[in-house]
Design a protein around this ligand. Structure first.
Ligand SMILES: [Zn+2]
Length: 438
């Protein structure tokens, strides 16, 4: 690896050429090695060079791909150019190889790097900034000499006075802030609130705000990875309207033709789908909107059109309503469960209805090798290594059909990965099977 020290095109090109040349030379030596070799991606702000480097590296035998950050830019808090650098590299690199961000700098940017798909990073910023007497906060750095109070409760700050601080203590504090941010990000991923975290960080510093402006331009990329539903959605700022939810709603609602009502943030939507994510789950600060609950065929038809683009229900189906909440729980046909409805996001969970969806045009299909057919018919999970191909728009949480190469319906369940990950991964669960075609 020859790191890019400047952003001048000629310098960057030289670094890219040299990095690719050395990587090629190393291939015979590192193949079959038990060491996790890294194939660095240089090119920085020059998209054509970056893409060439990523394409070459992706074709070679590497376990990890570190992306070269532009240290001179990061030192000045210029985070925004890195958004495009990371996205461009991620789009080309195989999903089963972790991506590392070299010199990730200030923890303010970590959440953005993670949201774009960075798995690992290193940062010496905690020590370098301490040398400069700079004190980390989640909203930028303070010059230590200008502090009257210590606005932090880490073990260093809560057991020392300002007068007792030295470079080592400052570095320790900076490191606590860094690790705290990593835990905050990990919890946000679990809670599916990473976008909300980005919006909060964006409003802490003008340069992070610019990074957020760059980030929302990448919605088409994020749309390929973002889970289909979340426990809730907070509409926090103008950035919120760039969330994947808006693009998806626009597309899905176009399949539903029935009577609409004004659902606030999302505009006019059909009454019957109000309980589906994200309508009833969005907090936008306005008065709670309630659609009148209906429990008839028109409603389940519209909900099916919304989630699947096609209707899987029949007018002769029997609807079971919860005696407590008066909400639809299950739909039956001749004593068999066709589908059930998840209470918190009104997602349709397929049972016998899988067979009906299988007969229709639905691209949420995962094709597996014939030799695992019996295993999956027994209700076992689908592993990524068994996936031959899948619908190119599958996202985590989506209800998918599992079929074998011969075209038989084996099962249905929830996608745990998106389409690219299902194709690239060779380990881990791809589909959590709920119903199987025994
Ligand atoms: Zn502290």
């Amino acid at each position: 690896d020859t790191p890019t020290k400047s952003v001048e095109r000629d310098d960057v090109k030289r670094c890219v050429d040299e990095t690719i040349k050395r990587a090629r030379e190393a291939q015979p030596l590192i193949r079959d090695s038990s060491v996790l070799w890294s194939g660095p991606i240089q090119g920085s702000v020059h998209q054509d060079l970056l893409k060439r480097c990523a394409t070459e590296m992706a074709s070679m035998d590497f376990a990890i791909h570190p992306i070269g950050s532009v240290v001179p830019l990061l030192v000045q808090y210029k985070f925004a150019p890195h958004v495009e650098i990371i996205r461009a590299a991620k789009e080309i690199l195989p999903a089963n190889r972790p991506v590392h961000l070299f010199g990730a700098g200030h923890p303010m940017f970590f959440a953005f790097a993670v949201a774009l798909g960075v798995d690992l990073f290193d940062s010496a910023a905690y020590a370098l900034y301490a040398k400069d007497k700079r004190y980390f906060t989640q909203y930028g750095t303070k010059h230590f000499d200008e502090l009257t109070y210590l606005p932090c409760s880490c073990p260093v700050c809560s057991s020392h006075t300002i007068g007792e601080f030295n470079e080592q203590k400052l570095a320790a504090h900076n490191l606590y802030v860094t690790f705290e941010e990593i835990r905050v990000i990990k919890q946000a991923i679990k809670d599916k609130t990473l976008f909300e975290l980005l919006e909060q960080r964006a409003h802490a510093h003008p340069e992070v705000f610019k990074a957020m402006q760059a980030f929302v331009k990448e919605t088409p990329f994020i749309n390929k990875y973002d889970p289909i539903t979340k426990p809730h959605m907070f509409y926090l700022s103008d950035f919120s309207k760039h969330r994947t939810e808006f693009a998806r709603v626009k597309k899905r609602v176009s399949c539903v033709k029935s009577k609409k009502f004004d659902a606030g943030t999302f505009g006019k939507i059909p009454i019957d789908i109000f309980e589906c994510y994200p309508f009833a789950q969005t907090e936008d600060g306005s008065d709670d909107k309630k659609a009148k609950a209906r429990n008839d065929f028109a409603k389940i038809r519209d909900v099916s059109l919304y989630w699947f683009g096609v209707n899987i229900f029949k007018e002769t189906d029997r609807i079971r309503v919860s005696p407590k909440t008066h909400k639809i729980r299950e739909v039956f046909d001749k004593g068999k469960v066709v589908a059930s409805f998840r209470a918190n996001d009104f997602m349709i969970l397929l049972h016998e209805g899988s067979k009906r969806l299988f007969e229709k045009k639905y691209d949420g299909r995962v094709v597996v090798q014939d030799d695992v057919s019996e295993f999956i018919r027994e209700g076992k999970s689908v592993f990524a290594k068994h996936v031959l191909k899948c619908g190119k728009n599958i996202v985590p949480g989506q209800q998918v059909l599992v079929v074998n190469k011969s075209g038989d319906l084996l099962a249905s369940g929830e996608a745990m990965l998106n389409a690219k990950e299902m194709n690239d991964f060779d380990r881990g669960v791809a589909v959590n099977v709920r119903w199987s075609n025994k």
